[in-house]
Design a binder for this molecule. Structure first.
Ligand SMILES: CCCCC/C=C\C/C=C\C/C=C\C/C=C\C/C=C\C=C\C(=O)SCCNC(=O)CCNC(=O)[C@H](O)C(C)(C)COP(=O)(O)OP(=O)(O)OC[C@H]1O[C@@H](n2cnc3c(N)ncnc32)[C@H](O)[C@@H]1OP(=O)(O)O
Ligand SMILES: Cc1cc2nc3c(=O)[nH]c(=O)nc-3n(C[C@H](O)[C@H](O)[C@H](O)COP(=O)(O)OP(=O)(O)OC[C@H]3O[C@@H](n4cnc5c(N)ncnc54)[C@H](O)[C@@H]3O)c2cc1C
Length: 642
């Protein structure tokens, strides 16, 4: 199963080897539990481990393999971030995709050797979503052949970029490029922020940390202002766009090609989210198989809480989602790598498809991951609320994904643009022009679902039902939009009036893709035992998801009330079937205790001993009487007693 999750036997074996090596290297372990550290201590601890890793990485992993790097990162540095998180996730990808060969030769080796630390600075205090209204400017000075970066007002301060505040000395900065008073829109520039020797901010740069956040606090998300700060013309990233010395602008082959670093993260973050969901579920499911509370049969001893159907219903559909996201994420990464290769050689024809797909997936996956993690926390009762479970930290980090790399509603609306265009093709009889991801929009569906009528139909009838609801909602939302425009409404106003319905279409389309990715994977599996276990999970997935969106299929009678009963029964059937495999389905992800950082979810299952030991190690328990008591509470009580 681990091979299915991680992509191959070799990958699963390598993960085990890497975890085993790290277990033998105490210098790479947290020196004390992270929840007992202050933010400053955590940042120091993370930098300590990061520098050891830089020295010893080659002994542990193949540093050129992104999957091994990611695993090493999760084990040693953990999900709260590190001083170079953005360096790997966005700075290097932005340089790789957007810098010319010559620029890459100059900067990439230095970045890869970690001579310099970089980030991606785009979002501003006043604007994150609407990139056209960013306010930082890069004005070309013909006389000196330099760009002058400037922050005209407080809302133009860069705000949020990870590791910008304190760690990075370089950044890819996105600014509106102005040449001879003409604004060419947002473009990426390589900018040195701090002196390489002293790490002091360079003259003309105002920089700092934006303060503590809901989670992810090892990362120094920062602010940045420029006061007429000059950089050479050749610091504009020039793989696709060029500015000649005389100010001549050579436009890129696709207007949005400079957005590729965002698309990169959107594609890669899906498996990251799956890992966080599976981690929280691993903790909760292990704990639920240890925790005994109440009886189902009063004549019998107390049961493990995992025996309760409500507990299974709370956890198991999310286990199925974690697998589904992992499989859909792996497909998306493959597609991304393909499109990136094509883009580098000038073929940009697949960019719109990739953008639409990643926009939808990023939104649905992050939202449902958040839901699943929060349910996992609640499933642990009181102990889930303790930082000993670590689930609240996992939640805090994962839920950030709903916002970063494009706020979820906004990204769903991006996919909706693509769906509406596709609907227009269907309506004008041009279905043959539909791309493969939306081809189903042009296929006539049966009047009613055959879900309970064709035994052994595999998952075909389910896929057809998901296709039906997605198609119907897309065409309905598109009709609503076109109808408003026909009545004379301006395009943008009409769009806004339909946007809730449009986003519904985007979600349904994305959920269909996730189901299909799961089906594709299960169909490929040769090992009969693995196939059987995953088929059960897939049964739960399709029935649970369909029940969740059933109102769309009931509206037009595609599903009947009796079919709904059938689907519901299937959910209960598969909850029971999955129960014996539940812990194994999560243990198969092979998270080490070091990586999980959870006292509640350790592999040994000694929950109560571990919790008591952890509580005793709390800094508050170093003394029996705290100074807050001697200084304030004791005098208060004494005064009251007088
Ligand atoms: C196994 C290996 C594992 C390795 C794992 C490695 C990495 C793990 C990954 C993640 C780790 C996890 C955690 C990371 C932790 C923390 C976060 C880190 C970083 C966060 C960074 C950021 O947040 S950076 C800032 C991100 N900002 C945004 O995303 C802004 C969102 N806004 C936009 O993208 C745009 O403004 C917009 C898309 C909403 C609108 O753009 P605009 O220019 O205004 O365009 P229009 O709306 O006018 O549209 C015009 C047409 O262009 C199309 N389009 C838009 N974007 C694209 C695109 N990217 N590609 C192709 N086409 C695009 C758009 O659809 C329109 O088309 P039509 O006109 O045809 O409809
Ligand atoms: C943990 C974290 C890490 C980050 N890291 C980075 C980084 O490294 N680099 C970087 O540059 N940025 C980073 N960001 C910033 C992030 O990319 C932005 O916060 C994000 O893109 C959302 O933009 P915003 O904050 O302007 O939200 P807003 O756009 O102001 O959103 C507020 C609300 O308005 C709605 N809204 C906005 N526009 C529309 C619209 N057109 N239609 C409908 N509804 C709309 C949204 O749906 C949302 O409900 C990070 C953010 C976080 C939380």
């Amino acid at each position: 199963m681990a091979a299915q999750i991680w992509g191959s036997e070799k990958r699963a074996r390598r993960r085990r080897e890497i975890s085993a090596k790290i277990a033998q290297m105490p210098e790479l372990h947290d020196s004390k539990p992270l929840p007992f550290m202050t933010r400053e201590e955590k940042i120091m601890e993370s930098a300590r481990k990061l520098t050891i890793l830089t020295e010893k990485m080659g002994q542990i992993i193949d540093p050129t393999d992104p999957a091994e790097l990611y695993h090493l990162n999760n084990e040693v540095l953990g999900l709260e971030g590190n001083p170079m998180a953005l360096h790997g996730v966005m700075f290097i990808p932005a340089l790789s995709a957007q810098a010319s060969d010559e620029q890459q030769a100059k900067w990439l080796p230095r970045a890869l050797r970690r001579e310099i630390i970089g980030t991606y600075a785009q979002t501003e205090l006043g604007h994150g979503t609407n990139l056209q209204n960013l306010e930082t400017t890069a004005t070309y000075d013909l006389a000196t052949q330099e760009f002058v970066l400037h922050t005209p007002q407080i809302t133009a301060l860069k705000w949020w970029p990870g590791n910008l505040g304190k760690s990075s000395n370089y950044a890819v900065v996105v600014a509106h490029m102005i040449i001879k008073a003409k604004n060419y829109g947002p473009h990426p520039f390589m900018v040195q922020l701090r002196d390489e020797k002293t790490h002091e901010p360079l003259p003309g740069i105002t920089i700092g940390d934006i303060g503590p956040k809901m989670a992810y606090n090892i990362v120094d998300n920062g602010f940045l202002g420029f006061n007429k700060y000059r950089i050479p013309r050749t610091n504009l990233l020039m793989r696709h766009t060029k500015v000649e010395a005389d100010g001549t602008y050579i436009k890129p082959p696709h207007a949005k090609i400079n957005y590729s670093a965002m698309v990169h993260v959107r594609a890669y973050m899906l498996t990251g989210q799956a890992i966080m969901l599976a981690s929280a579920l691993n903790i909760a499911t292990r704990y639920s198989s240890v925790r005994r509370q109440g009886q189902i049969d009063k004549s019998q001893p107390e049961v493990k809480v995992l025996e309760y159907q409500t507990q299974q219903h709370r956890l198991f559909p999310s286990i199925a989602r974690a697998y589904a996201f992992q499989f859909a994420g792996a497909e998306t990464v493959k597609l991304y790598e393909h499109v990136l290769k094509e883009m580098k050689s000038g073929n940009v024809s697949l960019m719109a498809d990739l953008h639409a797909l990643t926009s939808g997936l990023k939104s649905v996956v992050t939202y449902q991951t958040g839901e699943g993690i929060e349910q996992a926390r609640m499933a642990c009762g009181g102990h889930g609320y303790s930082m000993a479970s670590y689930i609240s930290e996992i939640y805090g980090v994962a839920i950030g994904g709903c916002t970063y790399e494009g706020e979820n509603m906004v990204m769903l609306l991006q996919l909706a643009r693509y769906l509406v265009k596709s609907a227009a093709l269907v309506k004008s009889g041009q279905s043959s022009k539909l791309g493969p991801l939306v081809a189903y929009l042009g296929v006539k569906s049966e009047p009613t679902s055959l879900i309970d009528r064709i035994p052994n139909s595999g998952f075909t009838e389910y896929v057809k039902t998901f296709q039906h609801v997605s198609k119907r909602q897309t065409l309905k939302a598109a009709d609503m939009f076109f109808g408003l425009m026909e009545k004379g409404e301006k395009r943008e106003i009409a769009w806004n009036k339909c946007s809730v319905e449009l986003n519904r279409a985007s979600r349904l389309h994305t959920r269909l893709f996730i189901v299909e990715a799961f089906v594709r994977r299960v169909n490929e599996i040769a090992d009969i035992r693995i196939k059987e276990a995953l088929t059960d999970l897939l049964h739960l997935h399709v029935n649970y998801e369909l029940l969740d969106i059933a109102s769309y299929a009931l509206e037009d009678g595609f599903l009947s009330a009796s079919q709904l009963d059938y689907i519901r029964d299937q959910v209960y059937l598969y909850l029971g079937k999955i129960r014996p495999n539940a812990v194994s389905l999560l243990d198969s992800w092979e998270f080490s205790d070091i990586e999980l950082r959870s006292v509640l979810g350790r592999r040994d299952g000694n929950v109560y001993e571990n919790l008591f030991k952890w509580a005793k190690s709390s800094p508050l328990n170093k003394t029996d009487v705290l100074s807050s008591v001697t200084q304030y509470l004791k005098p208060m009580m004494e005064k009251a007693r007088l």
